[in-house]
Design a binder for this molecule. Structure first.
Ligand code: PMP
Length: 354
């Protein structure tokens, strides 16, 4: 007997859809999505009124790609732009990995990775982080098989905010076969303060199988416009372009991104202010006894273990909305005014656990 249900790909049923986290009350601090607390710069906002939205965007995003290419010292064809860096990552994964192929990444890491891999019909190979919440690059390297097509390295890692060092990354790259694509996801690159951390821009053109993934969502504060990019070998970027949904990057997003690059200094000043707030939060949490891994993104990882869901509720009762992710809370660095409340919530968690 034939089923009266449409036949879907069986692996799709197993996908856990992306969760955005519960909405925050109007008077709460929303520290659950690693967003930038600042509104766009006036010069960026001004760009948004210059394009007629009855017209399609430039499908090739040539102006933005050219601007990025100049900064990275590469050709415009070595740059791919997408509706958020997550869209570019989806293109890369689906261009490289098919059913039967494996994609390796650390766990915990960005929640969209398993979803993108399953969407491509490929298999996720998750490699546990080390006890200090950092990627275990030796284990990730050891996990490579003849079926591996992509390895994703996330630095700073969402949600633990830890980095891979430059030396670790170079050692790792030396072990990866050149026919395996390595994506270095640096969505939070601009917030990095550890001088030993890997910095993608120093690696451009050094490895034939390396792609850097960056975004305008975080340091540049354009999360709502959806725009991110990748830098890598032209033929890999061409493959990403081939599988991209046409015209998905709006002209408004392209214009806002080019304006943001032109006013980068102002935006990076904001990044410094966000990092100052981050250091206040870390110092406060450590004073309370929390073993917070040193953060390099605009977020802090609070290892709450089995008490995670309850701890998230305690934070919520203090007007702080954070993201509960398995064995810890990911707390975005937001408004300076949120710090006092946040630390009070963390203190209550400590006190109630005693
Ligand atoms: N990579 C990482 C590590 C992230 O945390 C995020 C956003 N949370 C992204 C990529 C995607 O960002 P976007 O699509 O907004 O560029």
């Amino acid at each position: 007997m034939t089923s009266n249900r449409v036949q879907l790909r069986p692996e799709i049923a197993a996908i856990v859809p992306y969760r955005q986290g519960a909405p925050a009350a109007a008077d709460a601090f929303k520290l659950s999505s690693n967003e930038n607390p600042y509104e766009p710069l006036p010069s960026v906002l001004a760009q948004l009124s210059t394009h007629s939205i009855n017209r399609y965007p430039d499908a090739s995003a040539l102006e933005l790609r050219t601007q990025l290419a100049e900064r990275f010292g590469v050709t415009a064809d070595s740059v791919q732009v997408g509706a958020g860096s997550v869209a570019v990552l989806a293109q890369l994964v689906s261009a490289a990995a098919a059913p039967g192929d494996e994609v390796i990444y650390a766990w915990r890491s960005f929640e969209a990775y398993p979803l993108l891999v399953s969407s491509a019909g490929a298999t996720s190979v998750q490699v546990a982080d080390q006890a200090d919440h950092r990627h275990d690059l030796a284990a990730m390297s050891a996990a490579i098989t003849a079926s591996t097509r992509v390895v994703i390295v996330c630095s700073p890692n969402n949600p633990t905010s830890t980095v891979v060092t430059d030396a670790e990354f170079r050692d790792f790259m030396a072990t990866v076969p050149e026919n395996v694509l390595v994506v270095l996801d640096e969505a939070y690159r601009e917030f990095v303060t550890d001088p030993e951390a890997v910095r993608g821009e120093t690696l451009v053109d050094q490895y034939p199988n390396l792609v850097l993934l960056r975004t305008f969502s975080k340091a540049y504060g354009l999360a709502g416009l959806r725009i991110g990019y990748a830098i890598g070998p032209e033929y890999v970027m061409d493959a990403a372009r081939a599988v991209a949904i046409p015209l998905s990057v709006t002209e408004l997003a392209q214009k806002a991104a080019t304006a943001s690059l032109e006013h980068e200094n102002e935006l990076l000043e904001r990044v410094s202010r966000i990092n100052e707030v981050r250091e206040q939060i870390v110092a406060g949490l450590r004073e309370q006894g929390w073993a917070v891994p040193t953060p390099n993104g605009n977020f802090v990882w609070l290892p709450t273990g089995a008490a995670t869901d309850w701890a998230a509720e305690v934070f919520r009762s203090h007007g702080i909305v954070v993201r509960a992710l398995g064995e810890g809370l990911r707390i975005s660095v937001g408004e300076a005014e949120s710090v006092e409340k946040l630390l009070r919530a963390a203190q209550e968690v400590v006190a109630s656990r005693k």
